[in-house]
Design a binder for this molecule. Sequence first.
Ligand code: PLP
Ligand code: MN
Length: 371
Amino acid sequence: MSPWKAAHPGDAFEDIDTPALVLDLDAFERNLARMTQALAGSKMRLRPHAKSHKCPDIALRQIQQGAIGICCQKVSEAARFVEAGVKDVLITNQIVGARKVAHAMDLAARATIGVLVDHPSQVAQFDHASQERKTTIDVYIEVDVGMGRCGVSSVQEVTDLAQQITAAPYLRFMGLQCYHGSAQHYREPEQRQAAIRQASDIAVTMRHALEKLGIKVERITGAGTGSVALERDSGVFNEVQSGSYVFMDADYAKNHQGPQDVQFEHALFVKTGVMSRPTADRAVVDAGLKASSVDSGLPVVWKKPGVHYTKASDEHGVLQTEQANDPALGDFVLLIPGHCDPTVNLYDELICYRAGKVEAVWPITARGAAL
Ligand code: PLP
Ligand code: MN
């Protein structure tokens, strides 16, 4: 093992080289427990989204604590998790192209795999590939419940697709994907409530239309970190796909919480070091765009009042400081990433710590998986 890694198990937290992606294990474990508690006694299954962590060590812990499987966004990600022993993966995306379809079918021979469709040609591709291999794959129809991304909108499209799927011998129609992504980040609880109420109404309309045709809708799946209690209490959804709850990023912390919301805490940080102190009010750290994603805002400095991250360039981050020597050259600070998912994708490893010591280093195995 090369000694020149950011950290090894047993190292002191102070000695983790920078920039590094670090996980507060106590906070992370509390987040897992909070989700379990929030769903206890409800009929909701937990299928966390692994797009946030891309890390089999985390997926296996989630499953150990009651998750029925995971979601992934890409076939290539799903492959990494199946290789690591995950037995049930829903790829929450439309899979288009012969190579990707073949790869998904390979995985379906080894694990329970689900895919989304919102067009007859996607169904036709999977029908063909599944018959050729005599391998069954789960298929969900994605419904646009208000996000304006993928998904069909009309009852007719849903019933047409469902009939096409049920007529295909190796496709198993499972239900409806009804994830409302933009609602997660609506700042006011009332806005999130209204959006998920609308999503639930749409899902019910679609379910009734399918049931009238004698088509069973086993699953209505959706929900992210910002709305999980709303889907739980909807009486419509029966599966939760939250992902970011394990980490909690700075963007999620901007949501105003309502009484019904489930509270999670920051567990993921970028540890960064002060490499230049050019003026009394400016410190420059070694975490810029390549260390913390800025698509949902700049990172936020953790527990250092008066110190603000104000500018990111490739490998530099500018901190505005009130005191000339705090932080000083060589000091480290922790940053809460603006958006956890793309930040994790910048790193090969997650350095896990507890009580001032590195406890484990978990590979981010599915990061950068391209296909
Ligand atoms: N489900 C789908 C389809 C998603 O695209 C996402 C994230 O974008 C999630 C679930 C998880 O959402 P979050 O990370 O906000 O909990
Ligand atoms: Mn995200």
